[in-house]
Design a protein. Sequence first.
Length: 277
Amino acid sequence: MSNKSLSTRRRKNATAVKMVGSLVGTFRRAAGLTQRALADEVAVDEETIASVEQGRRTLKPDLAAQLDELLDTKGALSVALENMPEIDLFPRWAEEYIDLEREALALSWYDNQVLPGLLQTPAYARAVFLNDVPALTEAEIEQRVAARTERQEILERPEPPTVSFVISEVTVKDRLGGSEVHSEQLDRLRELAGLPSVTLQIMPVGRGFHAGLSGPFILVETPDHQRVGYVEGQLHGRMVADPDEVSVLERKYAMLRSQALNPQESKSLLDRLLGDS
């Protein structure tokens, strides 16, 4: 959604951690050992082995070397650990949402802090990540901008998802990154608002009512027509699968759409802002 993402400078790539953990489990089962038996062999507790295999704990180099020898892996675990990337493209807790986004039939997205990631230009995305606290490294910023830009390819597919956005007028007018970045971002918003598969609505300032005061969220329709939600806070996000909770988000989104400018009014506002930029 936004730039509210955890710094990953001090930990390994979460996807790679899960991959190495899966390898440990595969080699263990091939050797005919239970998690408890393997733990006894390398003098650690069973929970350590379980956590490593499930990707909840990073495999340590000394334990990798022990497992390579015990399980006769020809050094595979140590090599995999040594070559694990340091930077996550997405925070670990956002990966499930990103997977769903790639395959979604429809997305309904409300944001009031920054523009939704699927709408951001590379320059705007860079400005967003430059505001992260604690600060990201240049390498992290470049990788995250590239990952965010790559996600936008779903809007250009021959059969794209049906996507609805409700965004804040304040966010649209905010000159994050400077006037040049802002002007380019307005152009991009106007371009995307013209796509047949995209509906863009702007929530104007000065309303006496607002259904989105609790913060941003996304609704996803999956290929098997299930409806799930995603909400994000300062330090983490979570998927929402409980039907009652999803229903609350759906009702909030329906109300937001009725309170916001309609799509044509939103395009007209963008046109006026482009004329002033």
